[in-house]
Write a new protein. Structure first.
Length: 571
């Protein structure tokens, strides 16, 4: 056993070393990811700054459109005044290439003197539609101007009259060149590059391209950009580890809404490579230290753990409170394990005391339970005897009567009391005082009724599921119900010399109906009860008694006259 335990401890030490190594690897990976996250965060901040600058630039031009819109609205009927306002704002030196006002009847007031060609419908232009959709100041995505020679962004706003009727749309074009000039020409650390991409994957500007400013014809700096631009156009915003121009690094990009442009920045991972080399050296040093710790652990556990642990295990295996409650652990040659021995021996002291107290209490409880059971049996026996005396008194009283109705009434009462006495007698004989089997009770009640009402034995009886048990609260009402319904069948179901059958069944419902446990069925194949008979309002006291007992049991009573008489009682 000590050899097996030593092997397990060596395996444990190996597991510890493995865990330590895994933790170093995880730390290495976490450090690498931390550096990458840091670079990504720097790049994200850079991109946010660039986009914030562009947003501010667009808001400045939006204020001009708002101011011009206020003046145009005041003089919406004077087209010459509107033209003067637009020309004044256009000459103010802002980046607008033109300012114009388009009306719902397809007329345009243009500060740059541009004339609409024949068949031109300004109401289909992106700036006109965008302003109507927004209902207020808005900015269009990048699109080709009407001359189809330049990409522009339009700041536009619908102008409504005092009655809320649309007077036209005021707009100003910003060339894409002006927007690209707002974007930094390099990455934050000065070693990478920045560029702008359209949402359909075309390169619009790059920090390495300083001479070509035509957004319709920007050449790719390197073939790697083709794959990257496709990925950017599909993702819109995010970050990637990519290779551009033969250099590995991080690419961070974000879409500018609603311009449908994507600003991206790329930074090489040269700083990350140097940091990872340092982490590799740290990893090797930690592995060497782990090996030294493992060797020290093996020496210590063989000297100070194996032997004391083997003795402690042997002593614990010998503990058996049932056979040897007096047993205590012997001491072991190690002060480290002494508190364990003392604690276990203290627990064994309490276990021995508990066993002694438990045995004394169980003995007293068994004696008390036996006395109470004997007393309860005696109670049932005396109740049965007293009921038998009542039955004898009723039968004797019936012998002195001359009125047939009085004799019958006294005999029925005696039979009912006798049925109750049978239940108490069966309880007295039963091994379990909390319940009795229904079969013996039913059999004795049927035998008693047969002796009194069926002396020619014209009727056959059958009892099914006789092993079903009932408690005293349910057994007495069931016995009385059985007495009333069977005696009623004997008296009325088989007139004259006719013969027949009576079947009794008590089955458990096994929780199929909430609140109900048993089904009692009493049926005969006799002539049946009259149609329209109501159990609760019947003139017969016996049937009224059955209805009362069913309410006591909280039972549901149904009567079937299709083939004889069948009572079904669910309780």
């Amino acid at each position: 056993m000590p050899m097996k335990r030593s092997l397990r401890l060596h395996l444990l030490a190996g597991l510890v070393l493995t865990v330590m190594t895994a933790s170093v690897v995880i730390q290495y990976l976490i450090s690498r990811d931390t550096l990458r996250t840091k670079d990504n965060d720097v790049m994200r901040i850079f991109i946010e700054r660039e986009i914030s600058s562009i947003d501010g630039w667009i808001r400045e031009h939006g204020q001009i459109i708002n101011l011009a819109g206020t003046l145009v609205k005041k003089n919406d009927t004077d087209e010459s005044a509107t033209l003067r306002y637009l020309e004044t704002f256009l000459e103010s030196g802002r980046d607008f290439t033109t300012l114009y006002f388009g009306t719902p009847d397809n007329r345009m007031i243009n500060a740059s003197k541009w004339k609409m060609p024949s068949g031109f419908d300004l109401r289909t232009r992106p700036w006109y539609l965008a302003a109507l959709r927004a209902g207020d100041l808005t900015t269009t995505p990048v699109f080709l101007n009407a001359s189809r020679d330049k990409l522009i962004i339009t700041v536009c706003k619908p102008i409504f009259g005092q009655t809320g009727m649309l007077k036209g749309v005021l707009a100003g074009d910003l060339p894409i060149d002006s927007l690209l000039a707002r974007i930094a020409v390099t990455s934050p650390d000065g070693t990478g590059s920045s560029f702008v991409v359209s949402t359909d994957g075309h390169l619009l500007a790059h920090s390495s391209i300083t001479t070509n400013r035509n957004p319709l014809d920007v050449k790719l700096p390197h073939p790697d950009y083709a794959r990257v631009l496709t990925n950017i156009s599909q993702t819109k915003s995010g970050s990637l580890e990519v290779e551009l121009g033969g250099t590995d690094g991080f690419l961070v990009f974000r879409q500018m809404e609603p311009l449908d442009l994507i600003v991206a920045s790329f930074v090489p991972d040269t700083q990350l490579d140097a940091t990872l080399d340092t982490l590799k050296l740290t990893f090797i040093a930690i592995i060497a230290v782990s090996l030294v710790i493992w060797g020290s652990f093996i020496w210590y556990q063989r000297r100070h753990i194996d032997l004391p642990l083997a003795l402690l295990e042997q002593g614990i295996r010998a503990i058996d409170p049932d056979a040897r409650p007096w047993y205590r652990l012997p001491s072991v040659p190690s002060q480290d394990f002494a508190p364990i021995v003392e604690t276990v021996n203290g627990i064994l002291d309490r276990i021995e005391l508990y066993y002694n107290e438990k045995n004394s209490a169980e003995t007293a409880l068994r004696k008390s339970l036996s006395e109470k059971e004997t007393l309860l049996r005696e109670v049932h026996h005396r109740v049965k005897n007293n009921m038998q005396i009542v039955v004898s008194l009723l039968e004797t009283q019936a012998d002195f009567q001359r009125d047939p109705h009085s004799i019958d009434a006294l005999q029925q009462i005696a039979q009912r009391v006798h049925s109750m006495a049978i239940v108490h007698e069966e309880l007295y004989r039963s091994d379990n005082l909390s319940s009795i089997s229904f079969g013996p009770v039913a059999n004795r009640i049927l035998s008693s009724l047969s002796e009194a009402l069926d002396r020619e034995q014209r009727i056959n009886y059958s009892i099914e599921n006789s092993e079903t048990s009932l408690d005293l609260v349910k057994a007495i009402p069931c016995g009385l119900i059985l007495n009333e319904l069977v005696s009623n069948s004997m008296k009325h179901a088989f007139p004259g010399e006719s013969t027949g059958n009576i079947r009794i069944s008590l089955t458990s419902m096994n929780g199929t109906t909430p609140g109900k446990q048993f089904v009692l069925v009493i049926e005969d194949d006799g002539c049946g009860l009259p149609d329209g008979l109501d159990m609760a309002s019947a003139h017969s006291f016996g049937l009224q008694l059955v209805s009362i007992l069913c309410k006591q049991l909280q039972a549901d009573l149904t009567l079937d006259r299709s083939r004889g008489t069948r009572y079904t009682i669910i309780f």
